[in-house]
Every structure is written in structure tokens, then in C-alpha cells.
Write a new protein. Structure first.
Length: 184
């Protein structure tokens, strides 16, 4: 790429100029020395930043889901799948898309994962208890399935589960205390 090569040449030339200037700088007044040195350093840092941004955008890997370029230090998930003799499917997924996919589940998965009775989410949805979450896009109807984000489970169902467990613990402590109390 000609632009990248030109930028690299300019950086090398500027580094050489800075080295030459350091030899000459002892003969110049300190005010001029400070100004020139700071201008050269600023120009060098600016070129390095531009080169970094320019080469960062050019990556060999692009996420198949969100179409963003994957950073070089990130390791994408590669999926190669072929069903029978159909055209093989090659997917590259970034860490953002993978984490988002882990957090979205259908109602059956969510109910079993969070210890709810089957049909609880569907019932609450029809009763309008989850309207705020639907408006935000955290609950989506996808064909015959209802997709639920983990945030809904944490915000709406987890406090209910904790309250239920605390109530159960109080009840068991109360019955335990009644059994231990001497009966006359």
C-alpha cells in the first residue's frame, strides 16, 4: 500500500531529523530548542498515530455478524460447518457478538436456567408485566420462539427468586425454632 509506505518513510525521515537536531541543539538558545523539539516530537507522534489508525482499519479478519473489523490482539471464533453436500458455511465472530449471543436465550432455556416453571415468562409477557423490557428490545418475538436477554432475568426474575428464597429460609428457621422450644 503506497500510503502506508509513504507514512513509514516520513516517520523514518522525521526520526533522522530529530537525531540530527539533537546534535545541533546544544548550540541553540533554550527557548528555541524547546519549541523546535516539541514541534518535532508532536509531528512524529501525530504521524505514528495516523499510521496506527490507518493500519488498524486494515485487518485481515472481519466479523460475519456485525461486519466490524477484528482487532489483531483479539482472537475471533471461527466456525466452519457443512451440512451434507451443501455449500460450506464459514463464519468469523468477534468477542462482542459471542458475548451477546451467550446472553440471549429462548424462554425454555431461560426458565430452566433460572429455575422458573415452564411458561412463566410467556404468562408474564401476556399479562403485560414485561412491557418495559419489550419496548427496550430485550424481549423479542422471533417466529414461534420468544427470545429473552439475560438482563431481563437479572432485573425482573432474580429479585423475585431471592425474595422467595429468603421467605423460605425464614419459614424454615421459624419451624426449627418451634421444634426446639420446650413444649409443656
Amino acid at each position: 500500500m503506497a500510503i502506508v509506505d509513504d507514512m513509514r518513510k516520513k516517520i523514518e525521515e522525521l526520526e533522522a531529523n530529530i537525531a540530527v537536531y539533537e546534535d545541533i541543539s546544544s548550540n541553540l538558545p533554550s527557548d528555541i530548542n524547546y519549541i523546535v523539539q516539541s514541534l518535532l516530537n508532536h509531528q512524529l507522534n501525530d504521524l505514528r498515530f495516523r499510521l496506527e489508525r490507518f493500519t488498524f482499519l486494515k485487518s485481515e479478519k472481519q466479523c460475519s455478524q456485525c461486519q466490524n473489523w477484528i482487532k489483531e490482539h483479539e482472537e475471533p471464533v471461527l466456525l466452519n460447518y457443512q451440512y451434507n453436500k451443501m455449500k460450506p458455511l464459514h463464519m468469523t465472530l468477534c468477542t462482542n457478538c459471542m458475548s451477546a449471543m451467550d446472553k440471549v436465550m429462548v424462554t425454555n432455556e431461560a426458565e430452566s436456567k433460572w429455575g422458573l416453571r415452564p411458561g412463566t415468562i410467556k404468562q408474564d409477557r401476556h399479562l403485560g408485566k414485561l412491557r418495559e423490557f419489550e419496548d427496550m428490545g430485550l424481549i423479542v418475538n422471533s417466529g414461534r420462539y420468544i427470545k429473552v436477554h439475560e438482563l431481563v432475568m437479572r432485573a425482573y426474575y432474580e429479585p423475585k427468586q431471592l425474595e422467595k428464597e429468603a421467605k423460605k429460609d425464614r419459614k424454615t428457621k421459624k419451624t426449627k425454632n418451634e421444634k426446639e422450644a420446650p413444649q409443656e
